[in-house]
Write a protein that binds this ligand. Sequence first.
Ligand SMILES: [Zn+2]
Ligand SMILES: [Zn+2]
Length: 346
Amino acid sequence: MKALRYYGAQDIRYETMDDPAPQSDHDAIIKVEACSICGSDLHIYHGHGFSDDAGFCVGHEAVGEVVETGRGVSRLKVGDKVMIPASVGCGSCRPCLAGNVNLCEFRLAACYGLSSQLQGSQAEAVRVPQADFNTVPIPEGVSAEQALLMTDALATAWFGARSADIVPGSSVAVVGLGPIGLMAVDSAYVMGAHVVYAIDPVAERRKIAEQAGAIALHPAEAVDAVREATKGRKLDCAIEVVGRDEAVDLALRLVRSRGTVSVIGVQQSRRYAFPLERFFAAGLTFRAGTCSVPEELPALFPLVQSGRLKPEKYISHRLPLSEGAEAYRLFDTRDAGALKMVLTPD
Ligand SMILES: [Zn+2]
Ligand SMILES: [Zn+2]
């Protein structure tokens, strides 16, 4: 099959690799109909990925059709259209049973496309372990593209907003306006936020956030602008969607006493100096981590079906998989208004 493979910094290649094959009776093979590039794929693209491997297939957001099932797969059948959520679980440990697939004790490589342990889904086909548990049928009234954006991006944005303790009337900051940040702006409004400050250095992205109803700010002006607008009180909560120390610091500076900071940007920092004294003095709540995609879907399906959330509006490019390397370049440089990049096998 054809797939996008990682060989080093800025080196993603569209190449042939072995077709995926079931490795256990519980696996299924999914023919990928569409896949997308995630902000966290850029960590790999920049050469600071999650393993030292090279040559593995990247990607963890995909939808497709079941083409093969192991003997132990009972719920899925050939021809089913499914989502392949980013998080992978065993389906039977305590966190999995509680819905926290991302915290699976047996972490079947945790996520697709981080190493050759579990090949990614930016490919013509992908092997899904424990397939009954790690696929979700696409419900009626949800398009393939909407489902694709729910395999990680929208679920993560929604989780980030939930983790920020947003209630009707909340004032919110979203730091970082990539696709997930923009979806976090929408999620905050759906949860009842009365104002959302959307912060990013890229003017084009700020403009999109304004169209979603947010007050857009450059990071350099954010602290002063928020302090002035709130008469020094600052905001109820902030959602950090970048994964950098400066962005976490900014989120912290925007939040009032007893407020909440929610960090969903995939953190690369090994040295962040957690300002415990500030948390202690202001009584702040801090939450960080990845989401369990299946846990978020029961809330998101009806919101998408009813049109209250429209994640597909953040798709900027639809390209053939063969142009994957260029898609990565565009997404990385934010050229041509690049936001969510959707790739389709040729
Ligand atoms: Zn993702
Ligand atoms: Zn598990």
